[in-house]
Design a protein around this ligand. Structure first.
Ligand code: NAD
Length: 491
């Protein structure tokens, strides 16, 4: 039987898109499994005038596809309450406070409180400050703050926000959501690395030639154009998700598998990431913006995007770690919209054997290929390892063969979704899969430098066709180093 987590969840932005599409279904899964059961309550709040009954209807509707058990859904929804509340109006916090205290008693929550801010980022600081100043914090149980992305738009604004949050909450009480960290195969990176001698022993610049991380999206900006144009792929994907993945791949082995130890190693890795000067930033990073194709509009023609927008919808870059483990081994990253397919994968390319004894002139054997460990993060979950082996034909010819493990689609479907894992982690107080401030700060310092250079250089946009893997310059970035992307079109 799973441990029941007692807590009140105070959700700011309770009628918003994220709450309805992701958070309530995730909470319902936790309820189905017994991680939350009798001793929990959720207060949704927003400026809408909604009563408890209407709110419960919304919640029931949002979880309806998760179960056909109407009674279970109704029982779950009975734990939900609504308070109409404008987060900028101090008087409203008194109402919240008395509701929180009433539900704490009713459900015997022992003063445990999670404050989840699922609102536009400009409210994060205000709400955190008011939670403290208006005495919403509990003095006997735990107090935890969950913050959605984006966390600032550069180092300076992120620092300001962090100062605001730190005035009300300690770092170990702040859970900064990066939903990529809730994905099964991202969490599996640590298992693959530290659970297998055959990988960890070779996990360094002596044996690894380069590492590639690809987060490809098939869709364009859709209805998020207004937000996206202000952000771009570098801020939207690289600063957070890609930096987190890269730090898990690059970090040293933590002393123990617990949040403080893992975070300490991720921070160390990110601090050894080389922050580029102007010349390095402009040669090691390339950007793209999608063109029109078929019925699809080019990025600059999308609704809500200025006709002269220089916002990038694609980024590729080369990252270098200046430490003993990685010196000289590049990490190539790329992400973009309207690419060939939607997937996330990591390719770890090992060095070829120093001597190829099969490649004597008469052998006719093809040269040995590099071993590649591919970690499939989504939509497939699994990994593959290519090794060279003799083929079974007459003579002696080697060819690469693939050892592959893919989770079957039924299990992939049953795998807990990121928000379910992450909310569960918050209730447990486990910060492993959240971004700590030093990680966020290092990532911004790196990304800001690229942005600074891009802001003064005029890009040649649009420069890639939808359905491709980005602009030619992304391939040239590797070709220059006599390398190529492992994943190519039509594979
Ligand atoms: P949304 O605009 O749909 O919801 C915002 C909520 O805040 C609504 O309930 C609204 O009524 C409420 N609100 C606005 N002003 C208020 C005020 N003054 N006082 C009280 N309530 C107020 O936004 P969303 O898409 O749900 O996003 C919420 C957060 O999650 C954002 O930080 C966003 O960046 C992040 N996020 C969203 C998604 C997604 O898929 N929607 C994905 C990743 C991250």
């Amino acid at each position: 039987m799973p441990t029941e987590r007692r807590s009140l969840i105070m959700l700011f932005g309770g009628t918003g898109d994220l709450a309805i599409r992701k958070l309530y279904p995730a909470m319902f899964k936790l309820y189905q499994k017994g991680n939350i059961r009798d001793h929990f309550a959720v207060i949704g709040s927003s400026r809408y005038k909604v009563d408890d009954a209407k709110f419960r209807e919304m919640v029931e509707k949002s979880v309806a596809k998760e179960s056909s058990d109407k009674k279970l859904i109704a029982n779950f929804a009975s734990h939900f309450y609504f308070v109409t509340h404008d987060v900028t109006d101090l008087a409203h916090y008194a109402v919240l406070k008395s509701k929180i205290e009433e539900l704490d008693k009713k459900y015997e929550l022992q003063g445990n409180r999670v404050f989840y801010i699922s609102m536009a980022p400009n409210f994060f600081g205000t709400v955190a400050k008011n939670i403290k100043n208006q005495n919403l914090l509990s003095s006997d149980g735990f107090n935890r703050l969950v913050i959605e992305k984006p966390f600032g738009r550069d180092f300076e604004s992120a620092s300001e926000l962090n100062n605001e949050l730190s005035a009300a909450f300690d770092e170990n009480q702040i859970f900064r959501i990066d939903h990529y960290l809730g994905k099964e195969m991202i969490q599996n990176i640590e298992a693959i690395r530290f659970g297998n001698t055959i990988f960890e022993a070779l996990w360094n610049n002596r044996y690894i030639d380069n590492v590639q991380v690809t987060l490809a999206e098939k869709l364009g900006v859709e209805e998020r154009a207004g937000y996206y144009d202000n952000s771009g792929a570098l801020r939207d994907m690289v600063q957070n998700h890609i930096m987190q993945i890269v730090s898990l791949l690059a970090m040293e082995q933590p002393v123990a598998f617990k949040d403080t130890d893992i975070r300490a190693e991720k921070v160390k890795a990110l601090r050894s990431l080389r922050v580029y000067n102007v010349a390095e930033a402009s040669s090691n990073f390339v950007r793209g913006q999608y063109a029109a194709m078929g019925n699809g509009k080019e990025y600059r023609q999308e609704d809500g995007v200025p006709k002269d927008s220089n916002t990038e919808t694609f980024v590729a870059g080369k990252l270098m770690f200046d430490n003993y483990r990685w010196s000289g081994t590049p990490f190539y990253i790329r992400t973009g919209k309207k690419l060939a397919d939607k997937f996330t994968r990591v390719d770890v390319v090992f060095k070829k054997p120093l001597v190829d004894i099969f490649a004597f002139p008469q052998s006719g054997s093809a040269p040995l290929t590099a071993n590649v460990l591919t970690i499939f993060i989504e939509p497939n979950q699994g990994f593959s390892l290519t090794v060279n082996a003799k083929n079974s034909e007459q003579g002696f010819h080697t060819e690469p063969v693939s050892l592959k493990f893919l989770e079957d689609s039924k299990r992939t479907k049953e795998t807990p979704q990121p928000y379910e894992r992450l909310i569960h982690d918050v209730l447990k107080g486990d910060g492993t899969n959240f971004a700590s401030w030093p990680e966020v700060a290092s990532a911004w310092k790196f990304v800001d430098q690229i942005r600074r250079v891009w802001d003064i250089q005029q890009p040649m946009f649009p420069n890639y066709i939808p359905g491709s893997m980005g602009p030619v310059s992304a391939d040239e970035l590797l070709a220059r180093d006599h390398r190529e992307w492992v994943y190519k079109l039509n594979q």
